[in-house]
Design a protein around this ligand. Structure first.
Ligand SMILES: Nc1ncnc2c1ncn2[C@@H]1O[C@H](COP(=O)(O)OP(=O)(O)O)[C@@H](O)[C@H]1O
Ligand SMILES: [Mg+2]
Length: 587
């Protein structure tokens, strides 16, 4: 973050430009259409001269009989050019949005867990929506200014010079003053833009939390509190937007006043020129028309500059994300099949704070055996197992799979050997079947899918559902019970059929009876498979080949169930506590 925070404005421009350049054909059409618009508009103004001088002053109707047709032609041409401009620019804008969105989303897929878990979700989400729109708006605006508005101004200048070069000089004095104003105002806009975008992210965040935790909000009567949170972030957003609107409209107002003074000067000079016989009424009208026509584009240049700055701010934060380093994936080792020996050697780990989460942890799990990890919540069990698939990397020490350090494996290969039922079950808003056959499991046969669903007792409850395995599970699986979600997660792990299996409190949401039944399935599954199992109910891990007790990130005991009971230490304590609590097991 620190390195790319310095992304300069030019660099952001250049990189944004790269998203536009692939669309050369449509771009060319847009440029032609915009150039045509500029020329057609000037033609319209130029037609005023014969209309005035021949028609209204000289009453020579014969000479201007072609004029109505010319006007119709010009308006038709203007319509075509306008449509082509809008359509082609819109096309480019939407394409830029899609490409940026894909790049950012792609980044979200490869960012280290550490980065994702320490970032707020809201701003990440608003990048996918608000920022990309902002950027596209800015990009199309730049193109419009560079081509249409620039050409309009040029054509207007040409027309004005042609009609009266003396009058034009007075107008030319205005231009530098406006340019300076644009610069000054542009600086003010840039400051507000990144703040606006941050506050949009905060609004998204609070809204997302309130919706997903709606039951908690209700039962704890937190409506007022949440409303206050929203009001606070929304106030920030409103405040920043108001500042932006104020500085922007001030920019417009100041520019207009300057123009007004300029126009007064032009009118005054026009009077002198006219009485000296150097300026016909038609010439004056055309001159004036050209000048007015130039005003809009010039004003747009001030306005669009603000949008441009917003685009730069939005683009910068997109590129900051895109520039974040991916998960480290420098290993090249690939194993067709691993036997599944897992070894932790003198592991030390912290999440970055002062707190040491794991301290000198060493353990070895032979291929095809099971290791149970027990310990109080917060003792580091989940952390320990998340080091094996390299969700996080160790600070020191080594983790080996089949004797090869996990860093030496290509990440996708390493993870292909590991199956996981995590503590927080995440289901995707899709059908039960698609949640089972998730990711690379898509290729598994229908029979395999059914066998896994059967073994995980998923079929027990899908049988009663009208759509069976094709039932949608809702956002994050809210339409299912905790136990049902857990069974799907177990089924997913069964289907993966990897040599190393990690179960992190995989049966905690099941009632004792369901747990027993699934336990059978799991025991079958654990056979000939290396299993790391964390269970809050000790009864489920009594049969593990080895048990380690973790306390404040250190292994304080290890052995089999019987050995540990005999030792009468930590494990025996935990066991005694649980047996008093057992009837209250979770459901
Ligand atoms: N992503 C994270 N970032 C920072 N700290 C974390 C993270 N996950 C867990 N911790 C901290 O690490 C410690 C161990 O957590 P965890 O491994 O989840 O324990 P357990 O699974 O044994 O309950 C806790 O103190 C927790 O606050
Ligand atoms: Mg845990």
């Amino acid at each position: 973050m620190t390195e790319t925070a310095k992304l300069r404005v030019v660099d952001v421009y250049k990189r944004l430009w790269k998203y536009v350049t692939p669309h050369k054909l449509i771009g060319t059409i847009a440029v032609i259409a915009m150039a045509s618009t500029a020329i057609i508009e000037m033609t319209m103004v130029a037609l005023v001269e014969p209309l005035m001088d021949e028609g209204l002053v000289a009453h020579n109707l014969e000479a201007i009989s072609w004029l109505p047709f010319a006007f119709i032609g010009v308006f038709i041409a203007r319509g075509i050019a306008g449509f082509s401009t809008e359509a082609s620019l819109g096309w480019i804008g939407r394409s830029v949005i899609s490409s940026l969105r894909r790049d950012v989303f792609g980044k979200f897929l490869t960012l280290p867990s550490r980065f994702i878990e320490t970032s707020s979700i809201g701003p990440m989400l608003s990048r996918m929506t608000y920022n990309v729109e902002m950027v596209a708006e800015s990009v199309t605006s730049v193109v419009t200014i560079l081509v249409r508005d620039f050409l309009t101004v040029l054509a207007a200048i040409g027309l004005m010079l042609y009609q009266s070069s003396r009058l034009f000089v007075s107008v030319a004095v205005l231009l530098p003053i406006i340019a300076v104003l644009i610069r000054i105002l542009g600086k003010a806009f840039r400051r507000y833009s990144s703040k606006i975008q941050d506050s949009v992210g905060e609004v998204t965040q609070v809204t997302d939390e309130v919706l997903s935790a709606n039951r908690i909000v209700k039962i704890f009567g937190a409506q007022d509190y949440e409303m206050q949170r929203l009001v606070a972030v929304d106030e920030g957003n409103r405040h920043q937007n108001l500042k932006l609107i104020r500085s922007r409209s001030l920019g417009v107002a100041v520019t207009q006043v300057v123009f007004g003074i300029g126009i007064a000067g032009v009118v005054y000079l026009a009077g002198i020129e006219s009485s000296a016989g150097r300026l016909s009424p038609g010439s004056f009208m055309t001159f004036f028309g050209a000048m007015m026509l130039m005003m809009q584009p010039l004003r747009r240049i001030t306005n669009v500059n603000a949008t441009l700055q917003r685009g730069i701010a939005a683009g910068r934060s997109l590129f900051q994300i895109i520039d974040e380093p991916d998960e480290v994936d420098s290993g090249t080792y690939r194993a067709d099949k691993v036997t599944g020996t897992v070894e932790f050697r003198n592991i030390r780990f912290s999440y970055g704070g002062d707190v040491q989460i794991l301290e000198d942890v060493s353990l070895k799990v032979d291929a095809g055996t099971s290791l149970a990890i027990v310990g109080q919540s917060g003792s580091g069990k989940t952390t320990l197992i998340s080091l094996l698939p390299r969700f996080y990397d160790v600070d020191s020490g080594e983790i080996l799979l089949d004797g090869v350090p996990v860093q030496d494996y290509a990440l996708d290969d390493l993870r292909a050997h590991i199956s996981l039922v995590s503590q927080d079950i995440v289901l995707f808003n899709d059908t039960i079947a698609n949640n089972l056959a998730y990711g690379q499991l898509k290729t598994r046969s229908k029979e395999e899918l059914l066998r896994a669903a059967e073994a995980a007792h998923v079929l027990d409850f899908t049988r009663d559902l009208p759509d069976g395995l094709e039932t949608m599970v809702g956002d994050r699986g809210v339409l299912l019970s905790g136990g049902q979600r857990q069974r799907i997660a177990i089924g997913r792990a069964l289907l993966k059929n990897a040599p190393v299996l990690i179960l992190d409190e995989a049966t905690s949401s099941l009632d004792t009876r369901s747990e027993r039944r699934i336990q059978e399935a799991l025991s079958k599954l654990m056979k000939n498979r290396t299993t790391l199992v964390i269970a809050h109910r000790l009864s489920t891990i009594e049969n593990a080949d080895k048990i380690v007790v973790l306390d404040k990130g250190r292994i304080v005991e290890s052995g089999t169930h019987d050995e540990l009971l005999r030792k009468n230490g930590h494990y025996a304590d935990l066991h005694r506590l649980q047996f008093n609590d057992e009837p209250a097991a979770a459901g």
